[in-house]
Design a protein around this ligand. Structure first.
Ligand code: GLP
Length: 234
């Protein structure tokens, strides 16, 4: 795992953008994309550039269950607003949060992943070390599954909702096993709230208690941290 320390989130986004465009120039066709505030700078750079993304496919990590794609809190809406409306892709996939049948929804997504192996996966990280919505305790070989969000994730994500009770309790997420299949991974973390998670994932032991620690076993993972997120690193 390569750790890149940058001075600011802007520099981190620029660094990630450079890696992403290099990967595309080297033939990457399927991008694994993430939501959250962290990748916004990267998506902004993608929106502003002159590149055409219409030959690429995107596969998103996760979606809340029980939320419509036109709901502004949905990850469908997020991706449309921050990337896809400015930069159309050939095809975009996001788990179907409107399907209450978890077995069917997750199986369908695994088929999509099998047909579209991810060349480059973009990740953020939760304060408890989650990636996608793979909360602590998730099996390392997990595929797409339905998760009950932890109270800390509900609290962290409530800033986007009217109040904490409005945050969905369940989500569909790509599994840790699926994320590890990506040929290349870039994880971004900015801000003090991520410092403990970054320390544990990069310098602690590989354990399901810190889902992101599994990335220590990936062959081509780059972790980009700003000063604050990297402040607990030795
Ligand atoms: C959510 C998403 C994750 C994201 C995390 C951190 O839980 N499912 O993919 O990494 O939030 O979000 P932020 O980047 O806003 O801190």
């Amino acid at each position: 795992m390569k750790i890149i320390k940058v001075t600011s989130p802007q520099d981190g986004s620029r660094y990630a953008y450079r890696l992403l465009t290099e990967a595309i120039d080297n033939g990457a066709k399927v991008l694994g994309l993430a939501t959250g505030s962290t990748p916004l700078g990267l998506y902004r750079l993608m929106c502003e550039d002159k590149r055409d993304y219409r030959s690429l496919i995107s596969v998103n990590l996760d979606e809340y269950v029980g939320i419509q794609p036109d709901n502004p809190q949905s990850y469908h809406y997020f991706m449309r607003t921050h990337l896809f409306s400015a930069k159309p892709f050939k095809q975009t996939y996001i788990p179907d949060g409107t399907n209450p049948n978890a077995a069917a929804a997750t199986k369908q997504y695994d088929q999509i992943l099998a047909a579209n192996p991810i060349d480059l996966q973009i990740l953020g990280i939760g304060q408890n070390g989650h990636i996608g919505f793979n909360e602590p305790g998730t099996a390392f070989d997990s595929k797409t599954h339905r998760v009950r969000l932890t109270e800390s994730t509900i609290a962290a994500n409530s800033r986007f909702f009217s109040d904490q009770s409005a945050v969905p309790r369940y989500a569909y997420t790509m599994g840790l096993g699926s994320i590890m299949q990506a040929k290349q991974i870039i994880l971004l973390a900015f801000g003090k709230a991520k410092a403990a998670a970054i320390h544990q994932m990069t310098q602690g032991k590989v354990t399901p208690a810190v889902p992101a620690s599994l990335l220590q076993k990936h062959q081509n993972a780059t972790v980009i941290v700003d000063k604050e997120a990297g402040s607990q690193l030795a």
